[in-house]
Design a protein around this ligand. Structure first.
Ligand SMILES: [Zn+2]
Ligand SMILES: [Zn+2]
Length: 138
């Protein structure tokens, strides 16, 4: 996908926009309690890119430190969940909320994480691996 157009996306109101070059490093469905709170939904699908591959456009997103060193970004105007990043552990990567990506159908989720917090009425029926927390390191 090196010659492909960048992925593009925006929040609900369009104030915050972004471009992501190249294919994502990974895509996961996160069922953690914080993603449920932050999104108001049963899970959040995240696509991870190298931070250097993502260009921020439009209004800067607001940030909230949801755990020490973990920053969740959202539109200060419309409230859309946008980004997740962690200083220290993964300082060179950024997760983008898949629902804000224009070409989200082109993403290929590979796993469910934090299913220990999965809502009972949120079925896992896509055959993907599901882990209680993060995927164990190989
Ligand atoms: Zn917005
Ligand atoms: Zn999560």
């Amino acid at each position: 996908m090196s010659e492909a157009k960048p992925f593009t996306g925006a929040c609900l109101c369009g104030a915050v926009r972004f471009e992501a070059q190249g294919a994502p490093l990974g895509v996961n469905h996160c069922h953690c309690a914080q993603c449920q709170r932050a999104s108001g939904a049963a899970m959040l699908t995240w696509a991870t890119w190298p931070r250097a591959s993502v260009r921020m456009l439009g209004t800067a997103a607001a940030e909230f430190e949801s755990s020490p060193g973990v920053w969740r970004s959202f539109c200060a105007r419309c409230g859309s969940t946008l980004f997740w990043r962690r200083e220290g552990r993964r300082p060179e990567e950024i997760d983008i909320a898949a629902g804000t990506i224009d070409q989200a159908d082109a993403l290929t989720p590979s796993e469910h994480i934090f299913v220990k917090s999965r809502r009972r009425w949120m079925p896992l029926c896509d055959g993907l691996p599901a882990y209680p927390e993060y995927r164990p390191k190989a």
